[in-house]
Design a binder for this molecule. Structure first.
Ligand code: TXA
Ligand code: MG
Length: 349
């Protein structure tokens, strides 16, 4: 393994480690670091060659733009050509935090960072390790999720090492992230601000500041062939190695159906994975059963989603069945990721 891994406590940040990591960024190298959502693969956003290295490390198509992470409000005006006043309202309410905004690109940002687009995605994360690294690395850190393209996003440093340990120079290990799914993305380049990717900050929350905000049509009409506005949304994402099917309906019937499907698959010699919750794991009669969290606390489901998908990859199962998680606030974001992982395979009961 090439990467130097440094454990950092976010309550007592090791400044020497941050200086070393910042130095790597300033020299054009890559550092993986924790944010409150998922781990990011950071490079200097103002350095076209560093962005190129990010795409190469992830095996990501270079038309899929990167998010520029900043640590101070003043940095925003340096990378965008104009700021919609409604974006400032959201920044005031939700930055630092799990919100990304797409605004017209300023001249300083290389097209390599924005995948050739005239807009730029900007986010100020709240994780103190991330903020310290951004400051030490020059103020503008381009960072996609630190997974190999097509694999579930990393929620621990161990996940990053599995995927990128041989390519990235340094991994800052700040323990498990707090949220577990990527930031909400709001596009301000159209007349009506539009959510391109749902996240912890929900449509209802954003409506308090911007009543006219809407969800992207491609997100609403799940099977539509509209060209997605966020280029990243068109690629198959977050996919576990084994085919995943979501079973949807009333919970009791869902459990019965999964038991029936799992028994059939096992009779055919398959190794079956089941994604349940604390409330249901004891009701399954076969298969390798994992709890994703508790239905009493939807945050726990978001937090463990990618981890569970990775665990099933390493268990080498041949198929996975999952319950559906249409929870009140984060349900849209959770199901957006799970549906992608399942390639939209849903069994209704
Ligand atoms: O929580 C997060 O946002 C994490 C952490 C590390 O901050 N980052 C993350 O980045 O999820 P990534 O690259 O995995 O996803 C960024 C998404 C992609 O779907 C990309 O296509 C979209 O944002 N995006 C970036 N810039 C864009 C732009 N200018 N216009 C439209 N979509 C954009
Ligand atoms: Mg990603």
């Amino acid at each position: 393994m090439k990467a130097k891994v440094i454990e950092i406590d976010q309550e007592h940040i090791d400044q020497a480690a941050i200086r070393e990591a910042g130095g790597i960024l300033l020299r054009g190298g890559l550092v993986a670091f924790p944010t409150e959502t998922v781990y990011g693969l950071g490079g200097n956003a103002m350095d076209a060659a560093a962005s190129g290295r990010i795409y190469a490390a992830k095996g990501r198509p270079s038309d899929n733009p990167l998010i520029v992470h900043i640590a101070e409000m003043d940095s925003l005006r340096e990378i965008v050509s104009e700021v919609d006043p409604r974006a400032l309202l959201l920044a005031e309410e939700y930055w630092p935090g799990p919100l990304t905004m797409i605004l017209p690109k300023g001249d300083k940002v290389p097209y390599e960072t924005t995948g050739g687009l005239d807009s730029v995605a900007v986010r100020m994360p709240s994780n103190p390790i991330a903020l310290a690294l951004i400051q030490a690395g020059g103020g503008f850190v381009a960072a996609p999720s630190a997974n190999t393209s097509g694999r579930p996003s990393p929620t621990t440093a161990q996940h990053v090492i599995e995927d990128l340990g041989d390519t990235v120079e340094m991994v800052l290990d700040g323990g498990m992230v707090g949220i577990g799914i990527e930031s909400t993305i709001v596009d301000f380049t159209e007349k009506v601000p539009t959510i391109l990717r749902p996240g912890y900050i929900s449509l209802e929350m954003l409506k308090r500041q911007i009543p006219e905000i809407r969800m992207d049509k491609g997100l609403i009409e799940e099977h539509s062939d509209l060209r997605p506005k966020a280029p990243g949304m068109k690629y198959k994402h977050y996919a576990p190695r084994a085919p995943l099917s979501i079973v949807e309906g009333c919970l009791e019937q869902v459990v019965d159906k999964i038991n029936q499907l799992a028994a059939q698959a096992e009779a055919n010699g398959q190794r079956v994975g089941i994604i349940g919750t604390d409330e249901t794991v004891s009701l399954y009669t076969s298969g390798l059963v994992k709890s994703i969290g508790t239905r009493e606390e939807e945050e726990s489901i978001a937090l463990h989603l990618y981890e569970v998908l990775r665990e099933f990859d390493s268990l080498d199962v041949s198929c996975i069945y999952s319950e559906s998680f249409d929870t009140p606030r984060m349900g849209q974001a959770i199901m957006n990721r799970l549906l992608k992982a399942a390639g939209h395979t849903i069994i209704y009961v």
